[in-house]
Design a protein around this ligand. Sequence first.
Ligand code: HEC
Ligand code: HEC
Length: 217
Amino acid sequence: MKHLFTALLLPVFSILFSAAVQAEGHAPAPPAGDPAKGQAIVSTVCVACHNADGNSTIPTNPKLAGQHAEYLLKQMKNFKGQNGNPPERSNPIMNGMIAAYSEDQMRDLAAFLSVQKYRPDVAKNPDTINLGQKIYRGGNAAKGLPACAGCHGPAGAGVPAQFPRIAGQFSEYVETQLKSFRAGERANDPNKMMRMVADKMSDNDIKAVADYIAGLR
Ligand code: HEC
Ligand code: HEC
């Protein structure tokens, strides 16, 4: 049995492994930053809403701990607005919070937050778990809704640098973002990827998938 396993499956693992190594070889270098400098800012400023380690406990404030550094950096730059242009992602609180920081400081912040241990939330609504899981894993062909797993991964861990981790995020925050993408108010998603997804979802779909995501690991 062991030999059969080795003979049949080892080549498959080797191929998968070398594909993973190749993909990694082509990935852009993660943004360098100084986590100690980032921590100094988090512990004096961001702490008020996202906690000292980025594990916010207030459902309207997203958890940032363990999020991909590239995604964090992109969001901070989007909140600030570049080259005199208005911010690409508009939120009265965050637009103000991030305005004072340089790109180097944002890299420091991303470097610190991305390596903090993540404390995920939990799902709360047993009645909608099935619908949420169905949408997450398979989308809805009749509505032209793609599976979330296709981009965010089967366990919601995301794929650096493009796709954020969403597993364990507060359902309240996820719901707000999906509605905001759907309304076109959040429009910083490359190639309208999330706007096209959210556009195909009812309020009910959004609530169900947001709660499922909170419990996803
Ligand atoms: C007064 C509360 C408050 C403070 C202080 C604050 N934030 Fe936020 N932050 C928020 C809220 C609310 C959001 C969600 C905005 C939205 O809904 O679009 C957010 C969103 C974010 C996001 C986007 C996360 C994602 O998943 O897309 C990042 C990154 C972020 N904050 C970083 C920071 C950093 C770094 C600091 C400190 C310099 C900070 N925040 C300080 C309230 C705050
Ligand atoms: C085609 C790829 C793709 C699919 C399919 C997709 N997403 Fe996304 N999603 C993205 C990208 C890219 C972003 C980051 C946008 C940005 O850079 O601001 C994102 C961001 C998000 C965010 C915001 C995260 C945050 O921290 O603010 C949420 C929530 C989200 N997606 C939920 C979903 C759900 C739920 C589904 C399935 C119904 C889904 N996504 C399907 C590509 C995708």
